[in-house]
Design a protein around this ligand. Structure first.
Ligand code: SFD
Ligand code: AMP
Length: 650
């Protein structure tokens, strides 16, 4: 019988391993099942949590933010490009755009209630039913059980026997004979004393984004409250980097403006309910501060009030910094206006929708409203920019550099070198939050991208049918490494009487606080109003180097702490990549997300390009470089000139 510190080691070989169980993984599983079964390929999915409620969609969602419908995918490319300040992989964005609607239609087929326009109730999207749009790209759903529904389809497709829950994957392993190729993965059960080593021909690494890298605004008991899912700890970026894959735009981050303290999303309030945000004096600060964008060249990326997400933050931050906060969202006026021509019954329904928007995806916000006696039809709520998150699928684009589709006209050679969504490592694929330089996929686009990757994975596995993976590291080495935090505890636990205080180890929780403090104070967290400079980054570099060293001293007194220890290790690598990229890019490309105070302008001439990096696991060194951006979709009418501005020298 295995016991703590002496795990059973289970080795398994499959053709394709799906690492993660979120939107992208479920999309991949659903898509690949029938191809795999027909070709006799063995597919396995491993998730650190339980598939029905894992990942960012765990609590449910109230809107699907990417649905083309009557819109053209090329227009979607223009929108994403504008929102992400001109630099995106347009081939990847276009590819998501042309496939995303079929994912949404599948969700509805599987039972997800999609709001329909009057007269179209009961008519499915695939039959031409018109959805209720909150914005040009977003549609409303009753989505509390969204993840449950999507997971159920994935389970049915690949079979429960091919899904393993509660397995945390710690690292990828390269092939013994080809270090540019991935051949395996190692992880552990968070419930039993079991360690798993998988060998495969190819894998899909889709463990979501990185949360709790920065000191959160929440304190005390509320510290677990964040906007993005706390259980996504940067595993995607850390494992890819350690394996040798090239990352891209890791300087990018997402700082969402949210309902203060409960982290309630704002999209439905702004777009569907048409609420206005204002400063403490009730002024429209966006209109007032708009001319400020020209001071740093940010105006080149703003088109009237249709400016990108980071620029909206910038205008809000200016207001807060200059002492005109708090910022409010005027929910009473919005609801009053909407109710003008409604019957009392319809008004009640509207109020219910206002609550349901949060009950479906951010229950904590309802807790704040109830706890603080805020009735949204009577009192305004505060808005606040949150701590930063690293992600590639929402209004951000950090991630891994991948090969794109081959059929988008104008695609340059450096965008396409192999299988669609394969990274620079052979056999390593990604999707959703994992794919860099192509944000605004959201839940639906991540699912669609998982399906796109699935097709390539199958092709790759078939093309390599006779290839046998051999791990570049021994099983003993992997066991030794993964269980190090447990050994630290077992060896030194009795050295002191207070088990959390020990000269030989550090608890994962304390290490996490330390990381968050470094990132917050030196790498443009909330306490500096998202500002940093070369000197601060230099300090961060040193401190991150030391915390990486000390991470080997983390202790795990039980399996739960072992999970926490490895999550933190992944966070450190994601944090280091973020810091290195911000250090390299000498401009402020994403004002409102972060500022290089020593380079406050947008500098299209030198920096309208991707920044890519690779990490050397043996030396601990990062290499960074500029990579050329290619505009594949022509600017649309009225698209700000900056986005297409010629004359870039990179
Ligand atoms: O309101 C390991 N998102 C929204 N998308 C929408 O379409 N509409 C919305 O309304 C959205 N909003 C929103 C959203 C997310 C959140 C948290 C809130 C509100 C509060 C974004 C989407 O949810 C997001 O884009 C996708 O879910 C991304 O998909 P993917 O597959 O890249 O990540 P995932 O779903 O989080 O899944 C990650 C999986 O990995 C597992 N995992 N497994 C094994 N080993 C490890 N080391 C692992 N680490 C992680 C996880 O358990 C999970 O299964 S709104 O704000 O706009
Ligand atoms: P959020 O709830 O902030 O995550 O936003 C949901 C969707 O609405 C995303 O596609 C956002 O980009 C979009 N959105 C949110 N606020 C605004 C706004 N003020 N103007 C335009 N789009 C917005």
């Amino acid at each position: 019988m295995a016991e703590f510190g002496k795990p059973d080691v289970i080795e398994e070989e499959v053709d394709i391993l799906l690492i993660g169980g979120g939107m992208a993984a479920c999309g991949a599983a659903t898509e690949m099942a029938r191809w795999a079964q027909a070709r006799n390929l063995k597919v396995k999915l491993v998730d650190k949590a339980a598939l029905s409620r894992s990942g960012a969609v765990a609590q449910g969602l109230s809107a699907i933010n990417t649905y083309m419908g009557e819109n053209d995918p090329t227009d979607y490319v223009r929108y994403v490009r504008g929102d992400l300040m001109g630099i995106t992989r347009e081939d990847l964005v276009f590819d998501v755009g042309r496939h995303v609607d079929s994912s949404v239609e599948l969700f509805e087929e599987w039972g997800l209630p999609v709001w329909k326009q009057p007269g179209d109730e009961g008519k499915k999207l695939k039959d031409g039913g018109k959805p209720v749009r909150s914005g040009k790209w977003q549609i409303m759903i009753n989505g509390e059980s969204y993840k449950w529904i999507v997971a159920e389809a994935a389970k049915k497709a690949i079979g429960l026997e091919n899904i393993q829950e509660h397995i945390f994957i710690v690292r990828l392993v390269t092939d013994k004979n080809d270090p540019t190729r991935v051949a395996g993965a190692a992880g552990f059960s968070v419930r039993e004393h079991k360690l798993y080593i998988y060998k495969f021909k190819a894998c899909l690494l889709v463990c979501g984004g990185a949360v709790n890298v920065f000191r959160p605004r929440s304190v005390g008991e509320g510290i677990g409250r964040a906007w993005y899912p706390v259980w996504n700890a940067g595993s995607t970026y850390a494992m890819a980097a350690e394996c040798g894959a090239e990352l891209t735009l890791m300087e990018n981050r997402f700082v969402p403006a949210r309902f203060k303290d409960g982290y309630g999303p704002v999209g439905a309030w702004f777009l569907l309910f048409k609420a206005q945000s204002m400063n403490a004096a009730g002024e429209d600060y966006q209109a007032k501060n708009y001319p400020d964008l020209a001071n740093y060249g940010y105006d080149a990326y703003a088109e009237g009030h249709k400016m990108g997400t980071c620029l909206r933050n910038h205008l809000m931050l200016k207001e807060m910094k200059e002492g005109r906060g708090p910022i409010f969202i005027d929910t009473p006026t919005a609801l009053k206006k909407l109710a003008e021509n409604m019957t009392p019954k319809e008004i009640k329904h509207l109020e219910a929708e206002a609550w349901e928007d949060f009950l479906d995806m951010t229950i904590a916000q309802c807790g704040v409203w109830a706890g603080e006696n805020i009735e949204p039809d009577k009192e305004r709520s505060e808005l606040m920019p949150t701590e930063p998150y690293l992600l590639g699928s929402h209004a951000g684009c950090a991630g891994i550099w991948v090969s794109g589709p081959e059929d988008v006209p104008g695609t340059p050679a450096h965008y396409h070198w192999g299988y669609n969504r394969m990274t620079t490592m052979k056999g390593l694929f990604t999707a959703g939050d994992g794919v860099g330089a192509s944000g605004h996929k959201f839940s639906s686009g991540s699912h669609a991208e998982g399906r796109i990757a699935a097709k390539s994975l199958i092709k790759f596995a078939l093309d390599n049918k006779d290839w046998k993976p051999e791990l570049g590291r021994t099983v003993a080495e992997l066991v030794e490494e993964i269980y190090r935090p447990v050994r630290n505890y077992l060896e030194y636990g009795n050295y002191t009487t207070a088990i959390d205080v020990n000269p030989h180890y550090i608890t994962p929780k304390m290490l996490q606080f330390r990381l968050q403090k470094i990132m917050d104070e030196y790498v443009a967290g909330t306490s500096t109003f998202y500002q940093t400079n070369a000197a601060s980054l230099k300090v961060a570099e040193r401190k991150l180097g030391m915390i990486k060293e000390d991470s080997l001293k983390m202790r795990a007194k039980d399996l739960h702490e072992l999970l926490r220890a490895w999550e933190n290790y992944h966070r450190i690598l994601a944090a280091e990549a973020h810091m290195k990229h911000i250090q390299f890019r000498e401009e402020s490309r994403y004002p409102g997300y972060y500022y290089r105070a020593d380079f406050m302008n947008i500098d299209d001439k030198n920096w309208k390009c991707f920044v890519n990096s690779t990490y050397n696991r043996d030396t601990g060194e990062w290499k960074l470089k500029k990579v050329k951006y290619a505009q594949l979709v022509k600017p649309g009418p009225g698209e700000p000139e900056g986005i297409a501005r010629p004359g870039s020298t990179v």
